[in-house]
Write a protein that binds this ligand. Sequence first.
Ligand SMILES: Nc1nc2c(ncn2[C@@H]2O[C@H](COP(=O)(O)OP(=O)(O)OP(=O)(O)O)[C@@H](O)[C@H]2O)c(=O)[nH]1
Ligand SMILES: [Mg+2]
Length: 320
Amino acid sequence: MFESLSGRLSQIFQRLRGKGLLTEADVEQGLKEIRSALLSADVHVEVVKELLSRVRERAVGERLVESLSPAQQLLAIVRQEMARVMGGEAQKLRLSGKPAVVVLVGPAGSGKTTTAAKLGRHLAKRGRKPLLVSADPERPAAAEQLATLAGRLGLPWASADQDPLAQVPQVLVQARRNLQDVVILDTPGTPPGLPPPAFLPALLSQIEPSDVLLVVDALTGQEALRVAEVFQPLGLTGIVLTKLDGDARGGAALSLPSRLGKPILFVGVGERPEDLEPFHPERMADRILGLGDLSGLVEKLQETGAAERAAKALKEGEFT
Ligand SMILES: Nc1nc2c(ncn2[C@@H]2O[C@H](COP(=O)(O)OP(=O)(O)OP(=O)(O)O)[C@@H](O)[C@H]2O)c(=O)[nH]1
Ligand SMILES: [Mg+2]
């Protein structure tokens, strides 16, 4: 993830560290190199401008050049500002309503169906009772794909493929009766740049979902922005950025939140159901800057129960 961008940024900071005290010219040169690294990573030019002007302002304001380890301070400022353009604080799903309805929309092949299953697993792990629903009248065997994934995860599913406008409301009534508290709705993809399927706006205004998530492929870089704009009229509440595992550049992650004014809530980092991570802007900035991701690892361990088991084993003296 982010190999090419991380590689360039680490080199820049390594060189700055090697210099010890930084002159203003050193800082300017560093910022210029960061700018070029971000642009080649396909970060939107306005985002790069905004990011660097804030970094420059702070670097001057905080008297970087007179401090003891200016390169470290500059790195800390870049890290904070990078997290800020990616949304600052981590955001959560709204999940209001009984059941709460989470709709996944996006271009063809972006990972909507896979994400529906991943999200179902994620919520079930946190004590929710999700129902996966296919509302895709266009793709042959759409429900089967979802059903297979649901089956593997032991999650319930339903099909509203034939006539989503009529069937989805019925499924919601049924879900409520069955005490399922979250319905995850998978919808058809359209070719990139084309508007969403015609039935979607009508369906969404009828069912009033609490979360409308745009699922986009990180590998498309800035193209993801153009695609996203087509979906904005649906009242997007957030973004799921998929295929980050194959994204060496990071342009979409850095550009989408500020350009769309919507938070990234989750990232897809692989094809397996467990390859979904809540999006934390600061952690993502750490990864982009090659600073490692310790807190993400701890979260992963907690989810699998490995941390508790390790702690228990330690207590019982198994490791002595
Ligand atoms: N590497 C990787 N592959 C992913 C990720 N998310 C989805 N995929 C793959 O992307 C392909 C398309 O995924 P789908 O979930 O079928 O995409 P979709 O948006 O439902 O596609 P349509 O219904 O045709 O619009 C599949 O091969 C998935 O395994 C991810 O985070 N990482
Ligand atoms: Mg699909």
